[in-house]
Design a protein around this ligand. Sequence first.
Ligand code: AMP
Length: 426
Amino acid sequence: MNTLKYKRPKGTRDIIPEEFELREVLLEKIKKSIRAYGYKFIITPTFEHTELFIRSIGDSTDIVEKEMYTFHDKKGRSYTLRPEGTAPVIRAFLENSIMPPAKLAYIMNMFRAERPQKGRYREFWQVGVEAIGIKDPLIDAEVIEMGYSILKELGAEKLVVLINSIGSIEERQAYKSALLDYLNEKEQDGTLELCNDCKRRKNRNPLRILDCKIDGPKLKDAPKLKEFLSNESLKYFEEIKSYLDKWKVNYREEPRLVRGLDYYNHTAFEIVSEKIGVEDTLLGGGRYDSLVEDLGGPATPAVGWALGLERIINYFYQIPRISGPFYFVATVNEFSKGYAIGLLKKIREWKIPSDMTYEPKSLKAQMKIADRLNAVKAVIVGEDEIKLQKVRVRDLETGKEVLVPEKDLVKIYEEEMARRKGKEVL
Ligand code: AMP
């Protein structure tokens, strides 16, 4: 083969038919579960005004600082491919005058210019939920439990919910200055050297240092966020945990979890699998009570999460081998081909995946192609069969043949599908 002239952009993926079919199965399950919790699905545009993301995610976050795909149109307007779903969903909630309480969900592709590696892409798919207009520990707990159950249903193993309360904006502000004092003191007496990223974060968003893979672990004796929380915030957090206990959700308090985005307050959580390590979060979310107002709406509390579809597929699934057409219609001559075309049309009206060779070929060559396509059964239309008003169906695995009336093709298909159900992904 010649060397390829064009390749897909770095960090993007082609979803080939095998993976497409697997995704369909997973997404069907996910949609069913999400709807069971009372959510309705929504789709927002692939790009938004850049300002929306800067204003909501925060201009000192990794996403806004270095990961957005921003472009200008011919009139000089700045747009950005959505890097996350919450801000667009809240924008759409306001713009379409959806009334709270509203439970909205989405399945959308996201774009972030990150360094590609396993489970980290520049275009990836997120499933997300946003419960808008409700503030009660019960909804925070329900949202977490829903994410946990969905991941479990999808086959993710050894799940742990990491959970923290980052308090109200005021509480966080007080903590921020205490943390800054601590960092300055340690840097001055030479007992702490921050990484380059954190040196920058220190002035813009010091809480993010807690989350840093390099520097976070160095801050074991730093002031604790929890010590700055009011009794009210602590009580809210305790109640969430008591629901999680009741529902037997496996969780662990993680005092250094602050999450990357600016709009979170109180509850912050991530779900990880101890099978693959805590670095690769499967799902992340939290409460964000000021975002709706920040985007120009009335004060409206909200809580939500997003899970990454590729992470689940990468870590818990093997891409399945998929079947080709169920029926491969084979002909013996021009006359039978004319008849077969009509039959194929009928099979397709019954919505049974089916195919044929279009160019004239010997029966042997047709069977070879059926094999290569991984077809399940061949339907052989010969002159004798036409005279008898029947078709010959050959199982391509066992070679067994039956002579049946056309209409039995539906029954054979349904029986075979029922037999496979549950045994195979597809
Ligand atoms: P975040 O919006 O960063 O909180 O991410 C929520 C979830 O989306 C993560 O837990 C991942 O499962 C997934 N995710 C985030 N970034 C990426 C990426 N670059 N590639 C693939 N999945 C991602």
